[in-house]
Design a protein around this ligand. Structure first.
Ligand SMILES: [Zn+2]
Length: 459
């Protein structure tokens, strides 16, 4: 067995130049899923993925959704069983933004200083291709894959995966798997590959506070009626205490505390706090008392005002008591917290704080669950061994403060944990001009994916 993976590695090494040309071909397709005229090009990128898979003997087809199709593939059962892995990724890309800011056109990929520049280079075409080319290398060298591999490569990630959940639900049996693996995340830094094993969830609310039926003269009426602006300020200020703890009753009840091992692991990660502060341009780092900056960003729930509006917002002064004001407020929630429960607790707390002298309306814009993959699971350990073999470096286990609703969705519908293996750099300009992917990371990704199939088979 060991010799087969060596041969696969040699095959990959001998095809680096050809792989770059194929990546370029993929990147030339302007599959901007949000563009009004994107249908044909986006579909073409999906068809490109299908053809690559079919070309190496993996069954694949484009499955239509109400918008852009999804590639579903299956390498078929293997002798001796073993776990089945579902590779998830996306072939659609973000819009290009301001063209003059691009050094070379976004859909004319160019290699400069060992990096390939194009829209989608890192997010996510380059990273998707690492897995496809690893499958191909195994097929060419061994004529088979060591484990059963299924694929789900969508064309709507950049528009919020709008049709993915119904599709996964409808195709549940066909997508059945033991693990989901995806590469749409970043390394910890230039030198350290990473497995991202947790994300925070999101509860996004909008509060509107109503007072008088119309704006009032603040001279004639000020001091005699409740001012919605003052009321909103009082409500928002009361939602956090001076230790930066959220005051909503029950807010922390279900929060999963960090275990000692995980805490130690996180404390060992290279993290330059002064440099982090400098990069943000803020006066100071502030957060929940008793936790490190990384813990606050990854493992602790937060509440943030995202926007404030209403009343007089023009130039100069207008003396009025506004009829209404509003705020957008988001809460990032962590494992074991339930978005619906937190949303209801927020509503109750805000209504209580508002009192009876103003009228309150609260809308919910999004509810998304957090996600956590156990890092001692066999799959996570297989991924770590594969990264070590593919890159020569042991991966850092990191979490992500943002929200990826597809992960709890996969867990919920398929019952499978997701392993996020990232090869992009944190500063790869995803969603910005001059997006790039380091070619050495592209090759390391292909090697890692090839090893991953092997380490999974050994479980
Ligand atoms: Zn992406």
């Amino acid at each position: 067995m060991a010799s087969v993976i060596k041969q696969v590695e040699q095959y990959i090494a001998a095809h680096h130049e050809e792989y770059v040309e194929r990546l370029k071909a993929f990147l030339r397709i302007p599959s901007i899923s949000t563009a009004p005229d994107a249908a044909a090009d986006t579909r073409r990128a999906g068809a490109w993925v299908c053809e690559l898979l079919q070309g190496c003997g993996v069954a694949a087809e484009l499955v239509d959704t109400p918008k852009h199709p999804c590639v579903i593939g299956d390498s078929g059962p293997v002798n001796g069983g073993g776990p089945t892995v579902l590779l998830y990724g996306h072939y659609d890309v973000q819009p290009v933004g301001a063209l003059p800011l691009w050094k070379t056109p976004p859909f004319e990929p160019e290699v400069r200083d060992g990096r390939i520049y194009a829209r989608g280079a890192a997010d996510d075409k380059g990273q998707v291709l690492t897995h496809l080319l690893a499958l191909e290398a195994w097929k060419k060298v061994a004529g088979r894959l060591p484990v059963r591999v299924k694929l789900l490569i969508e064309g709507e990630e950049e528009i919020g995966s709008v049709n993915l959940e119904p599709l996964v639900r409808a195709q549940r049996d066909r997508l059945a798997c033991d693990y989901v693996a995806l590469s749409d995340t970043a390394k910890l830094d230039d030198d350290t590959p990473a497995i991202t094993y947790g994300t925070r969830g999101l509860v996004y609310k909008e509060i509107r506070v109503y007072g008088p039926s119309a704006d009032l003269h603040s001279g004639s009426f000020g001091g005699s009626v409740a001012n919605p602006g003052n009321a909103l300020a009082r409500i928002l200020a009361a939602l956090k205490d001076d230790r930066q703890r959220v005051t909503i009753p029950g807010f922390y009840d279900d929060v999963a505390e960090l275990g000692a091992t995980e805490r130690k692991q996180m404390d060992r990660l290279p993290f330059d706090e002064p440099a982090y502060l400098r990069s943000l341009g803020s006066a100071a780092l502030v957060g929940e008392a008793g936790f490190s900056t990384l813990q606050r960003r990854w493992c602790r729930p937060t509440l943030d005002v995202n926007g404030l509006f209403g009343g007089y917002m023009g130039a100069g002064a207008a003396t009025l008591i506004p009829a209404w004001v509003g705020a957008k407020v988001s809460m990032r929630i962590v494992p074991k917290q339930n978005p619906r429960k937190i949303s209801e607790a927020f509503d109750a707390a805000v209504r209580k704080l508002a009192g009876a002298d103003v009228r309150i309306e609260i809308d919910t814009h999004s509810l998304a669950a957090p996600y956590l993959c156990p890092i001692d699971s066999p799959g996570a350990q297989a991924a770590a061994r594969a990264i070590t073999a593919g890159t020569g470096r042991a991966p850092a286990f990191i979490r992500e403060g943002g929200t990826l609703p597809i992960l709890p969705m996969f867990k919920d519908i398929l019952g499978a944990d997701s392993l996020m293996i990232g090869f992009a750099l944190p500063n790869c300009n995803a969603h910005s001009p001059n997006e790039f992917f380091v070619l050495e990371d592209f090759y390391a990704g292909i090697r890692t994916s090839a090893h991953f199939l092997q380490t999974l088979a050994e479980l």
